[in-house]
Design a protein around this ligand. Structure first.
Ligand SMILES: C[S@@+](CC[C@H](N)C(=O)[O-])C[C@H]1O[C@@H](n2cnc3c(N)ncnc32)[C@H](O)[C@@H]1O
Length: 273
């Protein structure tokens, strides 16, 4: 694992956020379940070479490495040294010798053609500023008949973020979380534009109830996130108005069980020929 890469300001902020989350990221099984479902849809086989884009703590990479076995190989790339360190320890504990971790910007990868049978990316696509170009680049690394597999969120997923987007829009601010993949049609058309064939989109309806106070915390908590930082452009008066609207909209969603927090996800697959 190399220990230095050049990142623009946005990506430095993203890396810093995940570095801070590194010790808690694997709490609960939400991300593990998504990773395992993506792996199931990707139909990975023994002996294959796999690229795990934005590997994080290695949830996809580690499970994939167990399936491809000693005759296969997994490369996991990420920009967060903190998450990669967690992944490294887990790989060591699991005794896996077929996983390589790379500190690298997935938008600037440089693998030869025909390098991978599968390229997977779980829960990370909105963090890439140039998604269409990235997909075209990653497609070039696939062997003939190779598959890409993405896990993305529906536009309604994560109620606090969804309401934040709606309120911000009224103040002229477009927060883009899942613009390219927010519906099944959008997922399909994104892969089609990137040149993929035999496209499949699988929808999974996930969600949970959350307390109003938890949802409200997103207002203050999200200001350091680079995907939301444009909100800081608003004047203090407008910010106060937007915050009041945000709280009122969340309050209107409260039921006796709390607020329904939709977490609908899509698993999107496509082959390169
Ligand atoms: C929500 S985490 C998902 C991690 C993992 N794929 C999973 O399913 O648990 C998003 C990941 O994207 C990574 N990431 C964001 N931008 C990246 C980039 N340009 N290149 C590589 N990794 C990136 C973050 O560092 C973080 O590990």
């Amino acid at each position: 694992m190399n220990d230095r890469i050049k990142l623009d300001e946005f990506k430095q902020q993203v890396a810093a956020i995940y570095d801070r989350r590194s010790q808690t990221y694997d709490r609960g099984d939400f991300h593990l379940k998504l990773a395992n479902t993506l792996i199931k849809y990707a139909r990975i086989q023994s002996g294959q070479n796999i690229l795990d884009i934005a590997t994080g703590t290695g949830l996809v990479a580690i499970e994939a490495a167990k399936i491809v076995g000693k005759t296969g190989k997994v490369i996991g790339v990420d920009i967060s040294t903190g998450l990669l360190e967690v992944a490294r320890k887990k790989i060591e504990v699991a005794g896996l010798t077929n996983v390589e971790l790379m500190l690298a910007d997935a938008e600037n990868l440089n693998f030869p053609e025909n390098s991978f049978d599968r390229i997977l990316c779980c829960s990370a696509l909105p963090l890439f500023p140039n998604v269409l170009d990235d997909l075209i680049l990653w497609r070039s690394f696939l062997v003939s008949g190779g598959l890409i597999g993405l896990q993305v969120y529906a536009k309604t997923a994560f109620v606090a973020g969804y309401i934040l987007q709606l309120v911000a829009k009224r103040y002229g601010i477009e927060l883009i979380f899942s613009d390219l993949t927010g519906t099944e049609d959008k997922c399909y058309s994104l892969l089609q534009k990137a040149g993929f064939k035999n496209i499949e989109v699988h929808r999974e309806q996930l969600g949970n109830y959350i307390a109003l106070e938890e949802a409200k915390k997103t207002w203050d908590g999200s200001f350091n996130h680079p995907l939301v930082s444009q909100l800081k452009q608003l004047s203090p008066e407008k910010l106060a108005l937007a915050k009041a609207e945000y709280f009122a909209e969340l309050e209107a969603l409260v039921t006796d069980k709390g607020i329904w927090n939709d977490r609908t996800v899509y698993y999107v697959l496509g082959s390169n020929c």
